[in-house]
Design a protein around this ligand. Structure first.
Ligand SMILES: [Fe+2]
Length: 378
């Protein structure tokens, strides 16, 4: 998560705690001077962090993120101590952790878990408190007012979540544009590969849906399928555009595109799954593929999905030196090569989609320059 978002989150979480104590100022040990002293100091620090922008601020926050988090926590603990918020402490600690956890894990369920835990501990604590002072089990009337406050925190947590979802959406758009630009870069060198990659993406997504992949896996598949041949940007045009049979050296150069593609994408940590698809999309189920000769479940599953989509498109695309197969013939080849080239589960999904009439269909272009053809090697 971006640092300025973290600092905003810190500001909001401390504000929530400050406001909460505003409501408990009737507590017997409450001291207005210390209360407002700490409140204003805390807010001032957070406002400075909140509004502080620029590269130096980014670097400072990146280095000191954990320390600032600990300082926040110490601030909250000190705050509780001076305001004597004994009864509310477990409740507020958990709320604080709940809010902070959204920032830490960016996951709704962790925040929700802390909130539920907060209710359980609040009631248990109140029961124990009542028993200790009144000698009877039961909750005090105050527990109700505290529980009624939980929706307020729920609303705030939801606002934060909505905010993060918006940020995530914006990041997604940037990533989409970046990946499309990369795909277009290879397209400017070799127009066939761009069309091929777009079709492979459609086939892969249809397969992913049929296989019931998670949303995250579908994202990885979407990018991996589109970029699977990005390494071809490194291959010489003479080899890429050669219509005749390739020499052994040329073939070796062409085969290097999966390693080269993985190297290009390798620096982007967020795209690790995509890198694996690019690196292993020419591996075969029986271990006769490249670059590492992985077999069966050693091959990342998403790479096996793209392998089927890639091979099908290579078989059925128009080629200047190879008559394209019909969709029916392509499906027959998938059936024939199940368990040798293709992962049986993926192949079965392709055949099932075809039988249900849900396999994507494209208008075939009438020319292409190249496609290395793993299928030919079966
Ligand atoms: Fe490839």
């Amino acid at each position: 998560m971006q640092n300025h978002i973290k600092s905003k989150l810190r500001f909001v979480s401390l504000s929530v705690i400050t406001l909460t104590y505003f409501f408990v100022q009737h507590h017997p040990t409450f001291s207005p001077v210390v209360f407002w002293g700490l409140t204003l100091t805390g807010w001032a620090i957070e406002i400075v962090i909140y509004t502080w922008k620029g590269k130096k601020a980014e670097a400072f926050l990146a280095v000191n993120e954990q320390r600032l988090r600990v300082l926040d926590f110490i601030f909250v603990m000190g705050y509780m101590w001076v305001t004597g918020g004994v009864g509310e402490s477990p409740y507020l600690i958990l709320i604080y952790l709940g809010i902070a956890s959204i920032g830490l894990y960016d996951e709704k369920r962790v925040g929700l878990l802390y909130s539920l835990l907060a209710v359980a501990i609040l009631i248990a604590y109140d029961c124990g408190y009542t028993y200790f002072y009144k000698g009877m089990w039961g909750t005090s009337v105050y527990v109700l007012s505290h529980i009624f406050m939980l929706p307020v925190f729920g609303v705030m947590a939801n606002l934060l979540i909505a905010h993060f979802q918006q940020i995530k959406k914006e990041e997604q758009t940037v990533l989409d544009e970046l990946v499309t630009s990369l795909a277009k870069a290879i397209g400017s060198k070799d127009s066939y590969t761009l069309g091929h990659s777009t079709r492979v993406q459609m086939y892969s997504l249809a397969l992913g849906k049929e296989l019931g992949l998670s949303q995250e896996e579908m994202f990885t598949l979407k990018y991996g399928a589109l970029l699977h041949d990005i390494g071809k940007i490194h291959i010489s045009s003479a080899v890429l555009n050669k219509t005749g049979k390739l020499t052994e050296d040329e073939w070796l150069e062409l085969k290097g595109h999966s390693m080269e593609g993985a190297r290009i994408i390798g620096g982007l940590k967020k795209l690790k799954g995509v890198r694996d698809i690019i690196l292993y999309h020419h591996e075969k189920y029986d271990g006769r593929g490249y670059p590492h000769g992985l077999q069966r479940e050693e091959i990342p599953f998403l790479a096996a999905v793209v392998n089927v989509a890639d091979s099908f498109d290579a078989m059925t695309s128009s080629r200047s030196y190879n008559k394209p197969k019909t969709i029916e013939e392509g499906m027959e080849e998938i059936r024939r090569c199940t368990g040798t080239q293709f992962h049986p589960t993926v192949a079965a999904a392709a055949l099932s989609l075809y039988q249900k009439g849900k396999w994507p269909r494209f208008k075939q272009t009438d020319h292409c320059e190249e496609e290395e053809y793993t299928y030919d090697m079966v």
